[in-house]
Design a protein around this ligand. Sequence first.
Ligand SMILES: C[S@@+](CC[C@H](N)C(=O)[O-])C[C@H]1O[C@@H](n2cnc3c(N)ncnc32)[C@H](O)[C@@H]1O
Length: 388
Amino acid sequence: MAAATVTISPRGVDRLLAGHPWIYRTDVTDADGAEPGSIVQLVDRRKRFWGQALYSSTSQIALRFLTRENRAVDKTFFAERIAAAAAYRAQVVTRSTACRLVAAEGDLLPSLIVDRYGDCLVMQTLSQGMDRLKPLLVEILQEQFAPRSILERNDSSVRKLEDLEERRGVLAGEPVREVVTEEDGVRLCYDLETGQKTGGFLDQRENVTAARSYARGRLLDCFTYTGRFAVGLARQCDSVLAIDSSPQALSLARRNQELNGLTNIEWREGNCFDFLKAADHEGQRFDMVVLDPPAFARQRAALESALRGYKELNLRAIKILNPGGYLVTCSCSFHVKESDFLGAIASAALDARRTLVVVERRTQSRDHPILLTVPETHYLKCFILRVL
Ligand SMILES: C[S@@+](CC[C@H](N)C(=O)[O-])C[C@H]1O[C@@H](n2cnc3c(N)ncnc32)[C@H](O)[C@@H]1O
């Protein structure tokens, strides 16, 4: 069946010319005949061809751009894109059996996530278009990677915007719940069924490795989740205190400590904001503090309060650092720009009357590519700072 044609407005064309792969519903002037989740041809009002895209009948993001070319968008097309994504990972992921193999827009495969955890793959199809392609994608992943198992973690709430139900389960191979990976010499166990995201925060992998150069003495890992930073830095430190509000996450964190034969980590269930405040009053001091909170601004409207939250959190952390100590501070809120985040940290440093040096300006690991013209793909900000 011939692909349907969707007409886009001049503003929609401008977005494509600016290198952005999303066209909003308000820039679609005619989508008659386009089926939910189908691959459509894009034309402007003069019928000029602009490329091909995935069509969504419900999301505000009506079109997700796939290619400028007028070629078959078929199994070969997707197999080539997935192979290209994997070839890049082979270059940048050298010491880890876990990585993000396909990072959606960042790999020109909009709304498709594929994470590798050892010999298992976990995928998310987050739009009507990618969801419809699921059987084809599973076939390609089996052919290219022969994994033990392919699971879907389509329990993300963003699927609601696409009128897709939340699902999780086995798509191919055997059911697998727990997997142990080896990342830069550290063994980490993931719960692929109930862990956050597809199991864990693979985007922080390179930041842990970077922080290792500076870790020593007494480490405080706030928002530790399953202990990626705590376990990854413990060998460099005398003692580690790691805090999270989730008891499930902490039980996996304890497993991670055991897997690595570590004995110097104390896990504490609690609220990091409260802990930091109390720690300052009690005069506790640390040589490194890691802050990796959940996104404070999920929507643009929450930006102001998010910046106040980041300032408050960083202020409390800066106060309890020893002179010469390091702050590893992160924001995974896309809406908080790097400069705004740095501004919040600077304001916190001034209030704390401490002088800080920016040692490293970092972001998500390289297997989560940032497209130059797509700001949404740059979501993780991470600074390593030293207190003078
Ligand atoms: C972005 S994740 C941390 C990821 C972790 N650093 C890693 O690299 O795997 C945020 C964590 O903060 C925890 N959390 C959320 N609010 C909290 C709070 N007020 N106090 C302590 N933990 C909290 C969540 O349970 C979650 O595990």
